[in-house]
Design a protein around this ligand. Structure first.
Ligand SMILES: CCCCCC/C=C/C(=O)SCCNC(=O)CCNC(=O)[C@H](O)C(C)(C)COP(=O)(O)OP(=O)(O)OC[C@H]1O[C@@H](n2cnc3c(N)ncnc32)[C@H](O)[C@@H]1OP(=O)(O)O
Length: 394
């Protein structure tokens, strides 16, 4: 068998193979997915075919067979060619791969081909950018490191409970972009000090001249929308390591993570009504689906603070660890996960998430629009002034 595979690899790339199933020099791998959100154009497809030729690494025979099969299905439809003889190993492997796609629609095959090439290109490119693996000094408030296949984005303003400044939103967006392309396999967001994050830095709303309030609300809504979009679209497994209390947007975003590990010291608090604000991070859609409408209402309307165990019971958290062993246990787990094949993990994530993506972008747009209105409301301005004048705390 090893010999057959080796032979197949050699002949595939040498282009020496010819037969009733025409050789495809550079096609890419397959996913059986379907649905309205999947529709690559012919142009995307053509680009993907070119991209395959630029791959720096041999993707392996299994992937090449999938690419071949998808290419054939996308261009010719279901396999109608006569079945090759048992001894014609290469023809038979290719025929089997194509035939296994059954009646998969041409458009879906085209999309799957494009997706597969894109995942291969990302991992292929990332392997030639060693700089991305170096410790990156962004700003003091955000520390991004990459080690053992894990890119870690650490909120680093412990004296302010890791409250998010406008600059930090931007830096996190940049860090996510870089992480989606570096050679790491999984990405982690965590906090320094005793808090995970106390949410939006309320001083972001300080010192705004009265005639600029509306303009600032609009630009903040654009920033918020872009920020949340990065989480919706992030292609690799995204893990929250919630080392302590979490407030506001740092809680709502958790619904967009793939896995959430929490210390038993963590709490989860979304006091939007208290602040005259409204939910964001797609929580108005994800939380009711995740925990049921009434538990979601307790959090998002009434600001009920959950313990880590309660958050676990409601599906917001994946696992809770005792605080004294939290870091050790979580990182051991993450290091093991980071050894798994990266393409398989990305593909599994994409399959689990792609059907909801369009909806999530629409929810994010609406939540951001509504928040821009809330920020100029009396209720919100009163709450923020109370916090800034040290009269109020959660
Ligand atoms: C582009 C815009 C996008 C916006 C998205 C919309 C997001 C919405 C949200 O996230 S809503 C949630 C906002 N967060 C809060 O309302 C929390 C406010 N903070 C508190 O209530 C408390 O500080 C606390 C409960 C988090 C912690 O209390 P405690 O343990 O007693 O510590 P201190 O209050 O002494 O905090 C230490 C230090 O940090 C400052 N700080 C803490 N959180 C924030 C914050 N969110 N914004 C600004 N500053 C914060 C606090 O003022 C102290 O500063 P000081 O030492 O006094 O200078």
């Amino acid at each position: 068998m090893a010999r057959v595979v080796g032979l197949l690899a050699h002949r595939w790339f040498s282009g020496a193979f010819r037969g009733p199933l025409q050789v495809i020099r550079c096609p890419a791998p397959q996913l059986h997915v379907s649905g309205p959100a999947m529709a690559a154009s012919q142009e995307d497809f053509a680009k993907a075919m070119n991209q395959v030729k630029l791959l720096k690494e041999d993707p392996g025979n299994e992937v090449k067979l999938k690419l071949y099969a998808l290419y054939k299905q996308a261009t010719e439809g279901p396999c109608n060619a006569p079945k090759p003889g048992m001894l014609d190993f290469i023809l038979k492997a290719k025929w089997d791969a194509w035939n296994a796609l059954g009646n998969l629609p041409k458009e879906t095959a085209r999309q799957n081909y494009v997706d597969l090439v894109s995942s291969l290109s990302a991992s292929s490119c990332s392997q030639v950018t060693p700089a991305a693996d170096k410790k990156q000094a962004e700003s003091d408030s955000l520390v991004v490191t990459s080690e053992d296949g894990i890119t870690t984005i650490r909120l680093n303003r412990p004296a302010k409970k890791n409250a998010l400044t406008t600059q930090m939103y931007r830096d996190i967006m940049r860090a996510l972009e870089a992480a989606s392309e570096d050679s790491s396999r999984i990405t982690v967001l965590t906090g320094s000090g005793d808090y995970y994050c106390s949410g939006n830095d309320l001083t972001n709303f300080k010192d705004i001249p009265p005639d600029k309030v509306e303009e600032r609300a609009q630009s903040s809504a654009v920033l918020l929308r872009d920020f949340v979009d990065r989480f919706i679209d992030f292609p690799k497994p995204l893990i929250a390591v919630v080392n302590g209390p979490a407030v506001g947007i740092s809680v709502t975003l958790l619904g967009l993570f793939d896995v959430v590990y929490a210390s038993d010291r963590a709490t989860f608090h979304t006091p939007f009504s208290h602040l005259g604000q409204s939910p964001e991070g797609c929580s108005s859609y994800i939380f009711p689906k995740m925990m049921g409408p009434s538990k979601a209402a307790e959090m998002l309307i009434f600001g009920k603070k959950l313990t880590a165990r309660e958050a676990l019971a409601q599906g917001l958290v994946t696992a809770v660890f005792p605080d004294d062993t939290f870091q050790k246990e979580v990182w051991a787990r993450l290091k093991a996960y980071a050894k798994l094949p990266p393409n398989a993990m990305r593909i599994a994530k994409r399959l689990m998430r792609h059907q909801e993506k369009e909806k999530l972008h629409a929810v994010n747009a609406e939540e951001s629009r509504v928040l821009a209105e809330r920020w100029v409301s009396d209720e919100c301005i009163t709450a923020i002034v109370a916090f800034l004048s040290k009269k109020a705390k959660l």
